[in-house]
Every structure is written in C-alpha cells, then in structure tokens.
Design a protein around this ligand. Structure first.
Ligand SMILES: Cc1ncc(COP(=O)(O)O)c(C=O)c1O
Length: 429
C-alpha cells in the first residue's frame, strides 16, 4: 500500500458521489456536521440514501448497494417487510397518537415475556433509554449508586465506554472493568461489594468490535454480582436476535433485568427493559400493589402505537424463535466463509462475531478484547471499507456487518467476491 492510497480512495469516493457531497454541504448549515447520528459519519462524508428494497439500498447518486449493515442490527427485517408495513398502516388509519392504553401494548409485552423469559417488561423509545431506566430500577431497588460497566462497552450515546467512561456520559458513579478479564472483574466486584447497584454487560461487545464473551466469564460475573446483591443488567439491545431467547440464554446465564431495542421495533423507535417481577413491580401503580412508593416512568411515546404494533408482527410472525435459530446458523456459516476468503490473502485481516453479527478487523487475528480492537491498522481498515463500497457492498465504516433476513444466497456470494477482490487489490498495491 502506498502512502497516498487512502487519500486517493477518499477522493475517488467523493468523485463518485457528488449528490451525497452536495447534500452534506447544505445539511451542515442546519445540523452540526450535517447529521444527527454520529455513528454514521466518516471521512470525507457518508452516503445519503434515497430508498431501500429488501436487502438493497440506493443512494442519491443512483448507486445500489447490497445492505450488509442492516442498520447496526435494527434493520434485521430489511426494507420491505410487508407484514409490518401493512399492520402499521392499518392501525394508523384508526389511531395515530393515542394518549391512552391500547391492546397492542400488552400483546407485545406478552410476546416479549414469553420469548425472553421475563416476568414483566416496560417499553421505552430507544435502547439508551432502556438502559438508563434499567439502571434507575437497580439503584432504586438496592439503594446503591455505583454501576459496573466494561471497557469497550456501549449502552447508548451517554453510556459510552470505548476507552473508559466518555466525559459526556450520564453522571453515574461508574466502575469500568476489563471485558473478558475474569480475575480483575471479580476483584472489582468484591472491592465495590457494598456500593454496587448494578453490573451492565453485553454478551458481545457490539459497538466495541463484535467481541463475544465466554460462558465462563458470563457465569462468573453474574454469580459474583448476585452474591454482593448487585442487579445484573444484560444489554441485549443488539444480541437478542441470537438463538431462540437471546445470547445470554445461549451462554447459560440469566440476568435480573434485560434491555432490548433495535429490530424489535421493525423500523420504528423501540426500547424495552424487563426481568424479575420484584424489580419491575417498583413501577406498579395499581391499588392492589399497595406500595409505599412507585417509580414514575411516564413517556409520551413509550407505548406508541406504531412501535407496539410493529413489535407484535416482528416477534409474533416474522422473527419467530425458529427463524431466529436458523438466522444465527446462517450468520455463523457466512462468517466462516468470510474468514476463509481473508485467509487467502497476505494481509492482516480477520473477522470476529457471533451468529448474524460480525466485524471485519485490520488485525492478523480476530480480537478477544477491546485492547486488541484498539490495535487495528486504521488505514487498512478504511481502505477495505472504501473497497467494498466501490464494489457495491455497504457496511459500517468500522467494519461491522449484520445479516438481514431478506439477504439472498447470491447476494452473500457477491459480498464474498467483493471482499476477495478488495483484498487482492490491496495486496497488489
Ligand atoms: C448494545 C447496545 N445498547 C444500547 C444501544 C443504544 O440503543 P439506541 O441507539 O436505540 O439508543 C445500542 C445502540 O447501538 C447498543 O448497541
């Protein structure tokens, strides 16, 4: 690779996408940076999409891409899932913003409780909010303040731990533990035994580079946290798509509270937190509950009819437990094929992940911790991204790929060819 390869890749990208560039120069006047979702940005500017269908996306310049990003897991259903579109269209003709209770709310709650083995569940508008509310639930139940999280973890824009706690995080007392380091994590749990309200953990660092944890680490952390009376909060906002009941279930552990989001809303804003009745019933306002104190959790759009209706179709009809099991296996197979393609080339490239979520890394070996992810060759990483875009494959700039349901086998084969061709061209240069 020559020193100016990256400059050329960026300028070729800009030349290929004049309409996206034009959009950004105008949008910057009104939106800081021209956007309102930081994760989507990259140099020189991101693509602007005009439409999507099935598992493809078309940008303002008329290029069509195979959508391998799947909206960071929220786009599991692809872009034209008619069962969701039809159900939401029908319900919006009778009710838009209800300002009252409606049946889809408890229907979705039942589906979620049955699918994910929750006693009770409450809805929010995002995964971030679900995590904030789960932390509130734990703090109120325990009367404690300290929250354990993990290096490389991401639980929302203000619950961000890529390299320690971000300065703009919500003002909790965080204890940041090293992910997949059992000895150090147990030591920190023991040291904070008296003050720890909750341990918040992802079964696989999603934003942190698709680094899965092991059943051993999960068991040991869950047991240690429960032993000191801390509430275990499993962040399955991304990973509840794995297996019939989510990823921690596959690892053989059960959290006290689990948080959800992304695909369950079928394209609409969604978040939820649910779990043990004694914790969730702190929100029970019914006279029979006879509580001294209830936690108030109003929220204009918590039960919004579009998300509730879409969620019922997603879990009840489209992404049933059987479909989820098959989709995970399909993802595992595809990830193995990606690894086989990468191994043909003399470049430090690897793939990590679990089921239908994965990430490409400019690293010789797939990372086992966030410390490994930090050692990526940033230039090679970006060249792979631009190489795939040039060949009609849309992934996250950071390398993430998530399989959506409508992706066809021939599309996946094209993605493997594009990756092969990209790696070949980078080896030649
Ligand atoms: C594991 C995890 N938790 C929480 C969130 C936050 O969800 P949202 O973007 O819906 O607020 C995300 C988003 O990417 C996530 O990956």
């Amino acid at each position: 690779m020559a020193a100016d390869d990256l400059a050329k890749a960026r300028s070729d990208f800009a030349d290929r996408n004049p309409e996206s560039r034009k959009y950004f120069s105008e949008a910057r006047q009104y939106l800081p940076g021209g956007h309102t979702r930081t994760v989507l940005t990259h140099a020189p500017f991101p693509l602007v999409f005009a439409s999507g269908e099935g598992s493809t996306l078309t940008d303002l310049d008329g290029h069509t891409y195979i959508d391998m990003l799947g909206d960071y897991t929220a786009g599991l259903l692809g872009h034209s899932e008619h069962r969701v579109i039809d159900a939401v269209t029908a319900v919006l003709k009778t009710n838009a913003s209800v300002g009252g209770i409606h049946p889809a709310e408890s229907r979705l709650a039942k589906l979620m409780c049955e699918r994910f083995a929750l006693d009770r569940v409450r809805f929010t508008n995002s995964g971030t909010e679900a995590n904030l509310m789960a932390i509130t639930t734990a703090m109120q139940a325990t009367g404690r303040k300290r929250i354990m999280v993990f290096h490389g973890g991401y639980h929302g824009g203000i619950l961000y731990f890529a390299s320690g706690a971000a300065p703009w995080n919500a003002p909790y007392e965080f204890v940041v533990a090293p992910y997949n380091d059992e000895t150090e994590t147990i030591k920190l749990i023991t040291e904070n035994a008296e003050s720890l309200a909750a341990v918040v953990i992802e079964p696989m660092l999603g934003s942190g580079g698709c680094v899965p944890t092991s059943a051993e680490f999960a068991k040991s952390v869950f047991n240690a946290a429960k032993k000191v009376g801390a509430v275990v909060i499993a962040d399955e906002v991304m990973t509840s798509r794995h297996g019939a009941h989510g990823m921690f279930d596959l690892l053989g552990v059960k959290a006290d509270i689990t948080t959800f989001g992304k695909y369950i809303g079928g394209g609409f804003s969604f978040g939820a937190f649910g779990g043990r009745a004694d914790l969730l019933d702190q929100f029970d306002t019914s006279p029979e509950a006879n509580r001294d104190r209830t936690i108030s959790h109003a929220g204009t759009f918590n039960n919004n009819i579009s998300s509730m209706t879409a969620g019922c179709v997603v879990l009840g009809e489209v992404f049933t437990a059987d479909v989820a099991i098959d989709h995970m296996a399909r993802g595992d197979d595809f990830r193995k094929s990606v690894a086989a393609v990468l191994s043909k080339h003399d470049l430090p490239l690897s793939v990590s992940g679990f089921g239908s979520m994965m990430s490409l890394h400019a690293l010789a070996h797939a990372p086992e911790s966030p410390l490994d992810v930090a050692k990526r060759d940033d230039k090679l990483q970006e060249l792979v991204f631009f190489g795939l875009l040039e060949r009609g494959v849309y992934i996250a700039a950071r390398g993430m790929m998530n399989l959506s349901l409508p992706l066809a086998d021939d599309q996946l084969a094209k993605v493997l060819d594009a990756l092969d061709d990209t790696a070949r061209s980078l080896t030649r240069n």
